[in-house]
Design a protein around this ligand. Structure first.
Ligand code: ADE
Length: 238
């Protein structure tokens, strides 16, 4: 197997590749930089009705994905070194550090939850690592899996071209990004900040850094504190 290999287990394989088939990730798929395979969980049901879920033990609303069905679906996927994720609002929140780590792996296996949840025994028994994309509830893990894959794929060598280092992006430096401008020079009476057209590269870099600090301080005090603390312990950074 070459390239980054993604396998998504879902009840809705028709949701893939979806947006991942377009733009940079779509080109990456065509070029074979990464591959995407879906597994229909329902194919591993064994009863007449092909049921994949059942009522929660102990009562309560909703339905729970069955451990036996999900277990068989997972076991149908080649046992290799790929991390196995379960998309769930209960998971550890995704951040750029985790995305970078995942992009170093040979691929990922992603189980998309639906209904109220997945039987806890299969999460434990197959060592699934739960990942959340934010503190809100989606109707299923498919869109969350799409988000995770998009974030990973754009970091794969050969996908992003010139800007592939992404080293000045939000979350890569620890600060949010500075504002961007392009022609026209005047739009609806608003001008491009003079320093950006001055040709003074040092002044441009200082201006961008200051704006990045200011935006981070105002919008994300949590990131600002983390960045300041990290800088405090590393005298090499200014
Ligand atoms: N499934 C439903 N909501 C989710 C979320 N916020 N993150 C990951 N998977 C989910």
């Amino acid at each position: 197997m070459t390239g980054f290999s993604a396998t998504v287990l879902t009840l809705y394989p028709e949701m893939f590749p979806g947006p991942l088939g377009a733009s940079l990730s779509g080109k990456g798929l065509e070029k074979g930089i990464w591959s995407l395979e879906t597994v229909q969980i329902r194919d591993f049901a064994t009863d007449r009705h092909r049921s994949v879920d059942d009522t929660p033990a102990g009562g309560g609303p909703g339905m729970v994905l069955r451990a036996d069905v999900v277990g068989r679906a997972l076991d149908s996927v080649a046992a290799d070194d790929r991390p196995r994720l379960l998309m769930s609002p209960r998971g550890r929140p995704l951040d750029q550090g985790r995305v970078r780590e995942l992009a170093q792996a040979p691929g990922v296996v992603i189980l998309c939850g639906r209904f109220e949840g997945v039987d806890e025994r299969v999460i434990e028994g197959r060592g699934l690592s739960e990942v959340s994309i934010g503190d809100y509830v989606l109707s299923g893990g498919e869109i969350a899996a799409t988000v995770v894959l998009d974030a990973i794929v754009r970091l794969l060598p050969g996908v992003m071209g010139k800007v592939s280092s992404g080293s000045e992006e939000s979350f890569e430096t620890g600060l949010l990004e500075y504002p961007h401008y392009t022609r026209p020079q005047v739009w609806e009476g608003r001008t491009i900040p003079e320093v950006l057209t001055s040709g003074d590269h040092g002044a441009v870099a200082r201006w961008r850094h200051e704006r990045a600090e200011e935006i981070t301080r105002e919008r994300r005090p949590d990131l600002w504190r983390a960045w300041r603390d990290a800088r405090g312990t590393d005298p090499a950074r200014k």
